[in-house]
Structures are given as structure tokens and as C-alpha cells.
Write a protein that binds this ligand. Sequence first.
Ligand code: OGA
Ligand code: MN
Length: 399
Amino acid sequence: MFDQLIRKYPHEPQSYLGKAQTLDHFAELKQSNHLLMEAIEFYKKYLQFKLNDDNQQLEYRSAGERCVERLRFLGQYQQALPIHQLLIENFPQESAIRNQLVVTLLMSNRLLDAKLELQEILKRWPHDGLALVNYGFILKQLDQDYHNASIYLRQGIDTKEPGTQDGRYYFQLGESLQRLNKQTQAVEVFREGAELKLFPSVYQRSLYNERNLKAQPFWSIEETTYEKFLKKLKDNWMAIKAEGQNILSKEGYFTDEAENLKNKGDWKQFELYARGQQRKDNCLKAPITCSLIQQFPAARDCRRGQVKFSVMHPGTHVWPHCGPTNCRLRAHLGLVVPEGTRLRVAEEERTWQEGEFLIFDDSFEHEVWHEGKSLRLVLIIDIWHPQLTEQQRRTLSPI
Ligand code: OGA
Ligand code: MN
């Protein structure tokens, strides 16, 4: 019927909207991206019409917002930008509409563009909570300007406006303070976040969590329930070490840790598995290690983690940080371990030993120092938390 209406009255916006919403609904029912893309085309056609009736404002706005949301869902951030522009033109007085553009830019990792947009927003709305927290977030991630990041994040959080009470902002504010050596203030922020249940506890600050999983900083091999597989890896540690060292001896295979976690020094990684997928190219360079992982389902299929060699040079300090999820445990197999290296998880420090596992839950705050004289090499193996059900292991979103 909407098709007929469109044919008969091609200059009437309403039938395009009707068709878009119908297709959108069908797409949901059939879980079809193809139908969804068709729906989006009709949303776009509808949105091209000029708003002339005040009564239609709300409808136009929700259609635009829905269209943006669906494009984000498909990962089509570029296509969402002109929709944002239309919304901004039609609702120039709304900071919320501009903040939505910022979210899309952040999702597509365009931090500099997001920063420029936020500067415009903050010129007009200097007290807008969401703009303040996002600006602080960007100052930390893009510029490592921890001082100003902490000021903006604090101001934004204190507005208590919708969207500002998000674990990410508390997390980033606390980390900024830690990097400014303001540990007491940082702990205060983490306590606030934990009290609001934005993350599990002051030390455990992962944002993607499943309920009721045992949570402790360090784990013994027996506690993991994966003894059999871990022992097999341990028995082969010399072969694993040889593969790691061989890769290390060639230029350019290991890549710099890219998450801005390093305070000083040199820390590189070589990835074999990520998000439950084998990196086939890299596994060709470490066939024994990968064949051992292939036989270890909780590591091989761990879509919320990685398997990687990690090399750290003397003089390195890694800032206190937390992993993203409580769904994995992180097993380090010591391969080359000089004196003077240590790892703190929550309130306890330990060190590696060659041929031995050190297993911890990296959703707890951890920090690493290398004050020794030669490089340290470990194999990092993420494994599903033993209390996750088969169903959870199959369905949890990858990280
Ligand atoms: C980690 C981590 C540092 C290292 O495994 O989460 O921070 O020592 N490791 O490689
Ligand atoms: Mn870590």
C-alpha cells in the first residue's frame, strides 16, 4: 500500500516514512540486513523533504535518529554523517542532536573530528554534560592531556545529565588522575563508579561483564579447571620460546602496544589469535604454538581475548590499567625472564618464571615494571572464565 501511495503522491513525505518503518520492522523480524538497507534508503528519502509543519518535527527527528542508529548498527558511519547534518540543520537549537554526531565520530574512531565538533558545541553550550565528558575523554585518548581531561570529565560527570553516568567516563577520569599521580583522588572516583555499579569494584573495572563470575586477582592452574591443556603448553615451553625468539629476531614482526598504556619504555606484541580467530599469517611463523592452542578450546575459541607473544624491554613501565571484560582469565607463560620484572594485580605483586604460568584476571587493575637488564618474553593466552556456560561462550559478543 505504501508503494501505491508513493506512486500516486510522490511528493508526499509520509508514505516514504511508512515504507521505511515497515521495512525496518520486517528487517527486525527476519533479522535481515538487506531489508534494513532498503529501509534506510526510504528513511533517507523521507528525510530529504523540508519540514514545514511544526507537528511533524517530532516524527522527523525520531526518523532521523532511528536512521542514524540503524546505520551505526551496520557499521556504516560514513553514511550516517549526512543524516546528522540534516538533523542539525533542522534542529539548530539542540545540543543533543550535535552530540549524536560526536558519538558517530567516536564510534568510527575519528577522534580529531569529534574534538573539533565538540569545541563548537562547547562554545555554544559550555555546560553541556555530554559534551564535557566526551571532550575530556578525547583530551585523554588523543592528546594524553590528563590534566585538562580530568577537569572536563569531572565537570561533565558532576552535571549528572543523562548519558554522563557511564562507566567509561568514571574509568577514564580515574585513569587520568592516576597518570597525574593523584592516586587518592583516583580511588575516590573508582569508588563512586563502583557504588553506582558502573563496574564491579574499585579494582575490577571492566565494562563488559557477565554476572556471578568468581572474581579474584590471581588464579592457580588448578582453579582454572584447564590443568590438562595448560600442562601441555608448559611441557612445550622450550619450543614455544624458540618460536617467539625466532620471530623476535626478524625486523618488524612485533608491533607496538597501541592502546596508550605505556608510560615509558618499549613493549611490543605479536598476535596469534584475536577474538577467537586465528591470525593465519602469523601462525605460519609459530606453528607449534598455534597447534597447541588449536587443541585448547577455551583459548582457541575465546572471542573475548587474544593469544600473543609479549616482549618488554628494560626501563618499561606500564600504567595501571584494566582489561575490558570479566569473561576471561589471562595466562602468561614465562619464556625469557630476567631479574627485575614484576606485575602488580590489585594489591599483590608477583613475577614470572621461565617455563611457568602466571595466571591473573586482567579485569582487575594491573601494572608492570621492567627494571632489569635484558628483554622479557612471555606468551599471553586468554581463556574463557571457567564458570561461563557453553551457551555464553557461543553467544557473547567478541572483544
Ligand atoms: C596484560 C599486560 C603486560 C605484559 O597481559 O594484560 O598488561 O607484561 N601485560 O606483557
Ligand atoms: Mn594488561
